[in-house]
Design a protein around this ligand. Structure first.
Ligand code: CP
Ligand code: NVA
Length: 304
């Protein structure tokens, strides 16, 4: 079998996604059952952008599988300045069983994937955040069981997190409602691709209409890493899209609040919501490790 990369959630078939989430839940319940699949092997963890959750959870996932995580900063290796992204990837692949990377430009991951025969895992790009979406599905399954027909409203920027959530929803039977201000909606090709995967995805401009009766309300920052120059205009555009107590009241008491973090309590979410009883954000953060550990195990099958 050829190498499997994980650049977006739909690199997995629905049955593979389900098996991965089951594995993550089994190992979360019984950490002693986690096999040393990466015994003696290196996993490169390359970051062009800051991270708290992704770095720490990925390092712990590798560690608990018996492997050695090697943190590499983008500016240290000089991607496309000191040497080409392809040559960086070839070098890391010579020593590592997996290359996991957080990059500005998604195409960098595709270029790396085209020249190496070890899995490239997307730890966030301008386009996608698939490892986050795996943890989000895990979190929702823990609360709801089967996700078929359950409904999540994403309120905010149609960004990398929203994109991967759309594909994750499509593959797991979750219905997704997305409320974004004009010019910040999910790209049409993302919506089409999610629908082609069988997903039910609805775009509704009014956040109150979008969240009514849903199982979860999800939001993310208004200004993503790399968009800092646009922060002021984004604050103005998103002003009506804050998830606050009023919006959660419209959603209803059954609705969880979700956020990939980091969060801005004065912007996309109010403190009483993110720090309140409906919030599951810290379990999402915890589940990052469980999700990526199961992903690594799926990408690097036991060779015994
Ligand atoms: N959610 C997430 O990816 O967090 P970090 O940017 O801190 O890794
Ligand atoms: N959309 C955010 C997610 C951070 C985890 C960003 O790209 O900065």
């Amino acid at each position: 079998m050829g190498v499997r990369h994980f650049l977006e959630v739909d690199d997995l078939a629905p049955a593979e996604l389900e098996a991965l989430l089951d594995q993550a839940k089994r190992w979360k319940r019984d950490p002693a059952a986690v096999p040393r699949l990466l015994d003696g092997r290196g996993v490169a963890i390359l970051f062009e952008k800051p991270s708290a959750r992704t770095r720490v959870s990925t390092e712990m996932a590798v560690h608990t599988l018996g492997g050695h995580p090697i943190y590499v900063r983008g500016e240290e290796v000089g991607i496309d300045t000191r040497e080409s992204a392809e040559d960086v990837a070839r070098t890391l692949a010579a020593h590592c069983t997996i290359i996991a990377a957080r990059v500005f430009d998604h195409q960098l991951l595709e270029r790396m994937a085209s020249v190496v025969s070890v899995p490239i895992v997307n730890l966030l790009s301008d386009r996608a955040h698939p490892c986050q979406a795996l943890a989000d599905l895990l979190t929702l399954q823990e609360d709801l069981g089967a996700l078929e027909g359950r409904r999540v409203a994403y309120v905010g920027d149609g960004n990398n997190v929203a994109t991967s959530l759309a594909f994750a929803a499509a593959l797991s039977g979750l219905e997704l409602i997305v409320a974004s201000p004009p010019d910040y909606e999910l790209d049409d090709d993302v919506v089409d691709r999610a629908r082609n995967l069988g997903g039910t995805i609805e775009l509704i401009a009014d956040p109150h209409e979008a969240v009514r009766g849903v199982d979860a309300v999800y939001t993310d920052v208004w200004t993503s890493m790399g968009q800092e120059d646009e922060a002021q205009q984004r604050r103005a555009a998103f002003a009506g899209y804050r998830v606050d107590a009023g919006l959660m009241a419209t959603a209803g008491p059954q609705a969880r609040f979700m956020h990939c973090l980091p969060a801005h309590r004065d912007q996309e979410v109010s403190a009483d919501v993110i720090d309140g009883p409906q919030s599951v954000v810290w379990r999402q953060a915890e589940n990052r490790m469980h999700a990526i550990r199961a992903l690594f195990a799926a990408l690097v099958p036991n060779e015994d």
